[in-house]
Design a protein around this ligand. Structure first.
Ligand code: PEP
Ligand code: MG
Length: 876
């Protein structure tokens, strides 16, 4: 079996397609040779050997030795040097390289092949004793550190001693004899550590190969794979690249550099990089000397610079993507040491994708696939300045509920938060165990919201997303002690009003005030890529919006209608909450009608705003669906005030509130159940919707497409009952107004029974919208407000791969969506089907909706651009 792949002298056994086998570095070195790019010759030991190594108690396949010997022979021929020769020695580097790049995680050894004899040979061929002894001592140091785990400091100590003895400060002040002395001292360091420095180059080589394969399983590398979601077993292991050394530190006509073919920060089409004359790669990485910008090379070596630019062009054209390149110049001769697809900021990712498509280098489809939904998400929200974030103190991690970075002082009381922002111009992070509708003003005033309980679909999460505010929920590690005025994390106390920073994109909570970067709007390349996405996608993209303001934001982001207006959210405003409460606690129909009478004009006015904002696109308005506990007054003062307003005694009202208490509010008296027990609510809401539609139609002559949606239906008779009330009310109004107004009555599918009987339900429902928040809750039997307590463990223990409220569970909940859609269309072939649970804005769930043949997804306004892209990606 073939384990070793040679490259050099215009011939390569591997190519770029062999990344799994040769690692990214090895595959690209081979490819560059094929392209005629100057690369120092070498060979790659395949990742299969790494797998074999671990599967067979750290031993190698029998054939390997001979294959390495043979490759070394070829390498000697290619370089005209001989490994271990005292006359003209060949030196090599030994480096790791897996299929996925893991920068800095694994081991590298340079100058291998040096010993007491070969160093003399090297001096003969270079005529530079100082340089050769410096290479020798560097090799000893690296080999000791990497292969034998001898502490780096021991070598540094000896080096420093020699400098002190000579009375100099810099390495460069040491001459050949000094460095020779250093080499002798290093041998002592080896001895003290219980080792002997191996003089035999073959011995050195095999030990180095062992070390590189061994580093695949070092802690750093394992952690890196874990953090970057690289699954154990998805890669065979690392390859080992043995490459002839070239030296960038052979004088002023030598040097080393790194370059990107485009600016990785802005995406601008201009070469970007750094160059350090008379240096080796490690000197650039170590940051001891400050490199020049790449353009400096043009002054120093114009011919080499030109050659380099030609290579940039060639590589970018060939790989059809921005390249990240390492090169070395040895005495005026250029060598490429590596090329790979360059990492880039989200901003650059979008710009490069669009530019390359416009340059004709890639197709529009490829451009769309190269931008990730996360990129768009980041670009639309503020984020922490990456350097600051790296050094910040991480306090805890919660559920990332609404993206973006926010920083402010900790405030517990929403009213206080609102006041401090308005009157004192403070920046505030609202920190609470959970939030409820009366906190809305405080939430709106805050920069961000952090709760210690709740999940992705809890009140705080849903509302924050709607507002486009960073929010973390279910951060169980944080204990909020309002009385003591502190939060406690891991035994650490942080006082109210001290600075806190939260990253709603990742769920991270940081101590102190981190610098944030402002987002850009939907313009430039971002607008362009989304425009291309719109041409390609099959799914419609609507928004979940409850206020004209949110609706306008969503329209500007490209929403094609409203897929869900949660009418109960329209009552979150301060002056409306008491009226809603009146309606909820009303004992009699008369009492309720008094409250409804007050609510009607408020709602109608909002609906007018929504219809106008949506400019003729459909607007799906859902009948009231309030989980009662979110609306019931909790504080005594609120109960008193409400009692007074309603002419009741405090005791009477308190008793009613207690009566209305539910043990399981999310499965309680909400949704259609409420309007079925109190039909006057459905009547009022229909009046407000149809009244608003007639008004907009008359005033502006614009098309209005109201879709009235009934929530939490599980049985066709629930739908029948309410539909009758709605159509009677609506038809009468339309007839009286003498207008031509089309409207639809449809239902949410969010109870498993509704999905199971969708064929029956579709005989009444004119459209479906999957409420996958409740559908997930009821299919799993996980309370959407309480599952945060255990979901983390479920994921850690591998019971669930991801939070099912975040990413639609295709095998379970997804089957209900599929079945519901198919059954529904079996009795009503042109049935419009959408999704409006939080999954409607999540890329993998969007892909599932595309595959399942839904007509549209609906998501919060700030996710609309993400959904447009994800829908296009699903269609490619
Ligand atoms: C749902 O259940 O998925 C839904 C959209 O409704 P809500 O979150 O308001 O219950
Ligand atoms: Mg629901």
């Amino acid at each position: 079996k073939k384990y070793v792949y040679f490259f050099g002298k215009g011939r390569a056994e591997g190519d770029a397609s062999m990344k799994q086998l040769l690692g990214g570095k090895g595959a690209n070195l081979a490819e560059m040779v094929r392209l005629g790019v100057p690369v120092p010759p070498g060979f790659t030991i395949s990742t299969e050997v790494c797998k074999y190594y671990y599967d067979h108690g750290k031993t190698y396949p029998e054939e390997l030795k001979d294959q390495v010997l043979k490759a070394m022979k070829e390498l000697e021929e290619a370089t005209g040097k001989v490994f271990g020769s005292p006359e003209n020695p060949l030196l090599v580097s030994v480096r790791s390289g897996a299929a996925v790049s893991m920068p800095g995680m694994m081991d590298t050894i340079l100058n291998l092949g040096l010993n007491d004899e070969t160093v003399e040979g090297m001096i003969k061929s270079t005529n530079n004793p100082r340089f050769c002894y410096d290479a020798y001592r560097r090799f000893m140091q690296m080999f000791g550190d990497v292969v034998l785990n001898i502490k780096h400091e021991y070598f540094e100590e000896e080096l420093n001693k020699v400098k002190t003895e000579k009375g100099v400060k810099l390495d460069t002040d040491l001459d050949a004899d000094d460095l020779k002395k250093v080499v002798e001292r290093y041998k002592e360091v080896y001895k003290k550590a219980g080792h002997k420095f191996p003089q035999d180059p073959w011995d050195q080589l095999w030990k180095a190969i062992d070390a590189v394969f061994g580093s695949w399983m070092n802690e750093r590398a394992i952690k890196y794979r874990e953090l970057n979601g690289i699954k154990e077993g998805s890669l065979l292991g690392t390859a080992v690249n043995v490459v002839a050394m070239v030296f960038g530190n052979m004088g002023e006509d030598s040097g080393t550099g790194v370059a990107f073919t485009r600016d990785p920060n802005t995406g601008e089409k201009k070469y970007y990089g750094e160059y350090l004359p008379n240096a080796q790669g490690e000197d650039v990485v170590a940051g001891i000397r400050t490199p020049y910008p790449l353009t400096k090379l043009e002054e120093m070596m114009p011919d080499v610079y030109k050659q380099l630019l030609d290579i940039f062009e060639k590589l970018e054209k060939h790989y059809r993507d921005m390249q990240d390149i390492e090169f070395t110049i040895e005495r005026g001769k250029l060598y490429l040491l590596q090329t790979r697809t360059g990492k880039r900021t989200p901003f650059a990712a979008v710009r490069i994708a669009v530019d390359m498509a416009e340059e004709g280098l890639i197709t529009k489809e490829e451009a769309i696939m190269r931008v990730s939904p996360d990129h768009i998400e980041t670009l639309l929200h503020p984020y922490f300045e990456p350097e600051t974030k790296k050094n910040a103190s991480l306090l805890a991690k919660g559920i990332a509920a609404s993206p973006g970075a926010a920083t402010g002082i900790i405030v517990f009381d929403p009213a206080e938060a609102e006041r401090m922002v308005k009157e004192e111009n403070k920046q505030v992070i609202l920190v609470r165990p959970e939030t409820s509708p009366e906190d809305i003003a405080g939430m709106a005033a805050a920069e961000g919201i952090l709760t210690s309980t709740g999940g992705k679909t809890s009140h705080a999460a849903v509302v924050a997303r709607g507002m486009g505010k960073p929010c973390i929920v279910g951060c169980e590690a944080i204990e909020v002690d309002e009385k003591a005025g502190v939060i406690r994390i891991d035994g650490k106390e942080i006082k109210e009003f001290s600075w806190l920073s939260i990253d709603g994109t990742t769920g991270e909570v940081f101590d102190g005030k981190l610098a944030t970067v402002k987002p850009q709007g939907l313009e430039g390349p971002l607008a362009k890529i989304l425009q291309w996405a719109d041409e390609i996608r099959k799914l419609g993209v609507r928004t979940n919006a409850d206020t004209p303001r949110d609706a306008t934001v969503a329209r500007n982001f490209g929403a094609e209608g409203i897929g869900l207006c949660r009418t109960e959210h329209m009552f979150f405003e301060e002056e409306r909450i008491p009226v809603v409460r009146q309606m909820i606690v009303a004992k009699t129909k008369e009492q309720r009608e008094i409250a409804l009478e007050k609510l009607l004009p408020m709602q109608q006015e909002d609906f007018v705003g929504l219809f106008k904002a949506m400019e003729g696109y459909p607007v799906t308005i859902r009948l009231l669906d309030p989980p009662l506990h979110e609306f019931l007054p909790k504080e005594d003062e609120d109960i008193k005030a409400l009692a007074e307003e309603m002419g009741l005694s405090y005791e009477e009202l308190k008793a009613t509130v207690e009566e209305l208490h539910e043990f399981n509010p999310m499965m309680g008296h909400r949704g259609c159940r409420l309007s079925i027990t109190y039909p006057e609510i459905a009547v009022m809401q229909t009046k407000a919707i149809i009244g608003a539609a007639i008004q907009v139609l008359k005033e502006e002559g614009k098309t209005v497409i109201p879709e009235i949606m009934i929530p939490l239906v599980g049985h066709i008779n629930e739908l029948k009952y309410l539909k009758k009330i709605i159509t009677e009310t609506a038809d009468k109004m339309i007839e009286e107004a003498g207008v031509d107004l089309q409207y639809k009555v449809g239902t949410m599918i969010e109870i498993p029974r509704a999905a199971l009987t969708a064929d029956e339900i579709a005989t009444e429902a004119e459209f479906f919208s999957f409420g996958t928040n409740d559908l997930t809750q009821m299919t799993f039997g996980f309370s959407r407000d309480d599952y945060g307590k255990f979901v983390k463990e479920y994921i850690e223990k591998g019971i669930l791969e991801v939070d099912p409220f975040q990413k639609l569970d295709r095998t379970g909940v997804g089957q209900l969506v599929k079945m519901g859609t198919e059954k529904g269309r079996s009795t009503r072939p042109n049935l419009k089907v959408g999704i409006c649970g939080e999954h409607g804005g999540e890329p993998s769930s969007i892909e599932f909706c595309h595959i399942t043949g839904l007509d549209y997804v609906s998501c919060s306004p700030y996710r609309v651009p993400v959904a447009r892209l994800a829908a296009a990606q699903a269609a490619i």
